[in-house]
Design a protein around this ligand. Structure first.
Ligand code: ADP
Ligand code: MG
Length: 336
């Protein structure tokens, strides 16, 4: 099977939303008046972001999911994506399930594959997604996209869904942890088939003051919001730990904390909103079918403070976690 037959067989389908899809030198996307394009790229490298022997159907899902998660974090509606693929061989036993996993998620979000590039090489996947978000350079707000830079002192901090499961799944896979069967299955599913929170991101437009997706761990990704917004935050450690459905399991406490606070690959949304928006946040969560939990508050004092049930500052700080990560590169890399 040659390159063009491979593209034709696995990665070419009608893309009615695009002016021009796969087959020409460029794809052409139409943007409606008053809308802006939100664009994001994520690369997945075998051995770094996934195990080379991961199930190809799951990999197809995840490659697109991590990109859709970036659109979700901006409150953008997915439109289209391109796929750049380096493959060691044209292995149909791998390509067919990979394409199936990819198309299933693409179809679920009405996101069309409009082009890409295919080459021989060590397994590597790079997807660029295009989404739309209302905005106008002449308008007062310029864009209605959710940005990292809008958090204000006094805002509540929220996180969607669950935290730490993907990291626990990875620890289980690496043999560092022995979860019981239901926990192991749930955590593995979260690691391999993350759910991009697209509907929640859309529902939070005009409500959240800042938003990011949790790809590298809660503290790191919330840290990006704090830095871009020039503020700090106080988090309720118990509320954060309650975001992990397995926190009552007999898991080594420091490892559990590390997975929940700093574990990557959850692809949840961490966002801020003014207290006056609390009912609107709850309504957005309800409308999008995505649970959200309030985990803390934005403060003028920069940095991140973790507070336990007695109101005392917990020993862990973001610096502590960074330090831990840098002295434990193996774990840090594994958790990415
Ligand atoms: P070019 O020579 O301009 O790089 P190619 O010959 O590589 O174009 O690709 C031919 C067409 O197939 C283009 O429209 C390109 O976007 C598309 N394409 C190539 N690889 C993929 C892929 N993996 N998925 C989807 N479309 C692809
Ligand atoms: Mg090419």
């Amino acid at each position: 099977m040659g390159e063009f037959e491979l593209i034709q067989r696995y990665f070419t389908r009608p893309s009615p939303g695009a002016v021009l899809g796969v087959g020409d030198d460029c794809a052409i996307l139409h943007t409606a008046p008053g809308m802006q394009l939100a664009i994001s790229t994520d690369m997945l490298v075998a051995g770094r972001h996934f195990f080379p022997d991961v199930e190809p159907h799951a990999l197809g899902h995840k490659a697109l999911a991590v990109n859709l998660s970036d659109l979700a974090a901006c409150g953008a509606r997915p439109m289209a994506f391109t796929l750049a693929l380096a493959l060691p061989a044209a292995d149909e036993g791998w390509l067919a399930p990979f394409a199936k996993g990819l198309w299933a998620l693409a179809d679920a979000h009405g996101c069309e594959l409009i082009g890409g590039d295919t080459t021989r090489g060590p397994l590597n996947l790079c997807i660029t997604v295009f989404g739309e978000v209302p905005g106008d350079i002449a308008g007062p707000t310029r864009t209605q996209a959710l940005l990292r830079s809008g958090a204000k002192a006094g805002d509540d901090v929220y996180v969607s869904g669950t935290l730490g499961e993907a990291a626990l799944g990875l620890q289980q896979h690496l043999g560092q942890l022995k979860l019981d069967a239901p926990a192991a299955a749930a955590c593995r599913a979260r690691l391999e088939r993350p759910t991009p929170r697209v509907a929640l991101g859309l529902a939070l437009r005009g409500i959240a003051s800042a938003c990011a997706d949790v790809s590298d761990g809660l503290l790191g990704d919330l840290g990006h919001i704090l830095k871009r917004s020039g503020v700090g935050a106080r988090l309720d450690t118990d509320a954060v730990l309650a975001c992990c459905p397995w926190s009552a399991h007999p898991i080594d406490a420091p490892l559990l904390r590390q997975c929940v606070l700093s574990g990557g690959d959850d692809y949840e949304l961490v966002f801020t909103a003014a207290p006056a928006q609390a009912a609107a946040v709850a309504a957005a969560a309800q409308a999008s079918g995505t649970p959200v939990r309030r985990i803390g508050r934005i403060e003028t004092q920069t940095g991140l403070r973790l507070v336990d049930a007695h109101g005392q500052l917990a020993v862990h700080t973001m610096q502590g976690f960074d330090h831990f990560a840098s002295t434990s590169p193996q774990t840090a890399e594994a958790l990415k």
